[in-house]
Design a binder for this molecule. Structure first.
Ligand SMILES: [Zn+2]
Ligand SMILES: [Zn+2]
Length: 82
């Protein structure tokens, strides 16, 4: 039982998903949204962004790969806090 619980916990901490907006893989726990990465949920909904730390083109904190959807790129710059 303890082992199963631990495995579930590890899975929860490290589980990843793909962002519906930019298509990047992201760490689920890094984002408030289930289907959006921290970056897209920040830009679209104003949720707290990840303080990205890039290593080899991928953020080590949220796994975002820097992808941006056409929609986000098309937003006026002043609305996007880059
Ligand atoms: Zn995204
Ligand atoms: Zn990040």
């Amino acid at each position: 039982m303890i082992l199963i619980y631990t495995n579930m916990k590890i899975e929860k901490i490290f589980s990843t998903a793909f962002c519906n907006e930019c298509g990047s893989k992201f760490l689920k726990r890094s984002s408030k949204m289930k289907s959006l990465c921290a970056e897209c949920s920040h830009i679209i909904y104003g949720y707290k962004n990840c303080g990205h730390v890039f290593e080899n083109g991928v953020c080590v904190k949220c796994l975002w790969d820097g992808s941006r959807s056409e929609y986000i790129v098309s937003l006026p710059k002043e609305e996007v806090n880059l």
